[in-house]
Design a protein around this ligand. Sequence first.
Ligand code: PLP
Length: 392
Amino acid sequence: MNAKPRGRQFFNNPGPTNIPDRVLRAMDRPVIDFMSDEFVAIQHACHAGVKRVLKTDQTLYFYNSSGHGAWEAALANLFSAGDKVLIVETGYFSQSWEEMAVNLGIIVETFAADWRKGADIAKLAERIAADRAHEIKAVLTVHNETATGMVLPVAEIRRALDQARHPALLLSDTISSLGSIDYRMDAWGVDVTVGGSQKGLMLPTGMALTGVSGKALDAARKNKAPRHYWNWELMNGRAPQKFMGTAPVHMFFGLQESLRMLEEEGLDAVFQRHTRLAEATRAAVRHWGSDGKGPQLFCQTPDRLSNSVTTVVMPEGTSSDPLRKVAIDRYNLSLGGGLGPLMGKVFRIGHMGDLNEPMLLGCLATTELAMRTSGIPFVAGGVDAAIESLAG
Ligand code: PLP
C-alpha cells in the first residue's frame, strides 16, 4: 500500500464525479444574502441553464438534498396512499425508488425486467394498454440505471402511453444521465424529471431538482396527501426564489460555472465526448474478456449501453471488492462497486462529467495493473483497444 499516495486520485466513480477546478474556484468566495438581488439573478440564470440541459420549458424546483429528496418530492406531490403506479424495473435504483413509494403507502406494480437485457418495451406497451380502467396513475422510469450501465428508451414509453391513450403521468429519473447523455424532457413528454447535482452537473452532492410539467402540477394541486418541505405549491409561494428554507448559495455559485462550462463546450459536444469515452471503455472491457474467461460487459443489449457508466462483470470465482481495494490502496484509483445483488460481482467505471481521454486511459491502464497484481484473469491489451477506439 502507498503510505502517502502522491499525485491526483483518479476518480472513476459513477457519482459523485470529479469537480472541475473552475467549479471549485467559483465556489471559493464569501457567502452572499440568499434574498439579495445578486443571488436571485444567479438563481434565475441557473434555472434557465438547467432547463436548457433538460430541454424543457416547464417548471423547475431545486431542493437541499441528494437525489433521494427529488425522488420523494415527485412521489409526495403526486400520489396519495393507495394510488397505484407502475415502475419499470431497471436495477438497484428502480428498486430503491420503488421501496420509497411502498413506504409512502403507494401501491407499486413492478414491470419486471432482466437487469442485463433491459425491459421489453413491446410487452410494457401491452401492459399499459390492458389497463383500460386507468388505475395506473403514473409510469416511473430510470433513464440511466447507474447500477447496470444501461439506458431505457423513455421516448418509446411515452409512445406506448399515447398509443393506448392512457392518461398516466410519465416520471423519469435522469440523475446519472443529466448533462452526460441526451435527454429531452418536453419532446419525450416526461411529466416529472428527477435530477441531482453530483454527476453530469459536476457539483458536490447536496442539491437535487425536479422538472415538472403543467399536467403534473395540476395532478399535484388535486392531491390531498400531506407534505411540506417538498410541496410545489408552497414553493411557488416562496417567490422569487421558489426555494424552501435557506438556499444553498455556494451550490448555485458552482452550478452557474458548471453550466457555463457545458455551454462553452456545447451540449452536443458534451454528449459526443461521453460517447467517445464510453466506447473506448467498452472496447477495453471487450478485449479483457475476449477469451470468454475475463471480465465482461454487464449490459447485453448493445443499443442500451450507457455512455456515462460501464458495469463490468468479474470473471467466474473472483470478487470485485478486493480488486477495487487494490486499485484504491495501491494505485489511488477509485472505481465504483456493485450495488445490491451485484455487490462483489461487478465493478463500475464511471466516465461521466469532467473527464477527458488521458484521465480515462489512466483509469483503464490502472485497472489492468490492479487486475494483474490481483491475479484476475484477463486478456492484456485492453488499453490498446481503447486507444484504437479513441484514435478511430
Ligand atoms: N437514481 C440514480 C439513477 C442514481 O444513480 C442515484 C445515485 O447514485 C440515485 C437515484 C440516488 O441519488 P442520491 O444518492 O443522490 O440520493
